[in-house]
Design a protein around this ligand. Sequence first.
Ligand SMILES: [Fe+2]
Ligand SMILES: [Fe+2]
Length: 269
Amino acid sequence: MGQLNILFIGDIVGHVGLRKVVATLPSLIEKYKSDCVIVNGENIVDGKGLSEKEADELFANGAHCITTGNHVWENWKARTLLANNPRVLRPHNYPPENPGRGFTLVTLPDQRTVGVIQVQGRAYMQPIDDPFKSVDTAIAKLRMQATVLFVDFHADASAEKIAMGWHLDGRVSAICGTHTHTQTNDGTILPNGTAFISDVGMSGPYDSVIGMKKDIALKRMMLQTAHKYETAENDVRVCGAHIAVDEKTGIALEIEPFMIPAPRRTNTL
Ligand SMILES: [Fe+2]
Ligand SMILES: [Fe+2]
């Protein structure tokens, strides 16, 4: 049975996150024998998107496709990147007049293909088009070209992500959530063979509030006034998931979420 291994890396925050991902990718690819590497890069430049420079670095270090999310639009260089590079995605269900695309067919160096789709949730986010209908459209377009389909569902609410998991079970190989920057403990293979996790978590500084400096985030919350966010720098970790897929059927065989280094669970003082 031929197996295709997908490595998915969660939202990279800041250049410190990018440095850590680039340094960690070779060992992850070796450990999981990854064939296809997909990276969410929505927060690399000061928390807002990425430019061609950061995308090129990720592609040069093993990535085959980059997904983004709501914050990509705050970076004007990212719009050029989205318009010019079909391997850099933005959520498919934004108005089509925006640059870029929300799905693509990735051809791997060994000529195998993986369809990658990104859609964005609407709960507590922009009221864009229906992600459920939007993902169906993308699946219909990619299905003839690829058996293995991967979905990055960029959404805030766990309920919406879980609903999307049931909507897609048996129709895609994997659906991994992004955007909350907090890894969930619900990684599983759904009954009809789709690998699912609500959120793979952030690849960035954990001495922070979801990647931003703690003191500024606390001021915003405690004073209820505007304070400019700054990307934090310390305790940088890489989060994501390894997914093994039967390449003939597209059914997922296993999902293994990871956080490197692992979180501290005991106090050694
Ligand atoms: Fe993010
Ligand atoms: Fe986001």
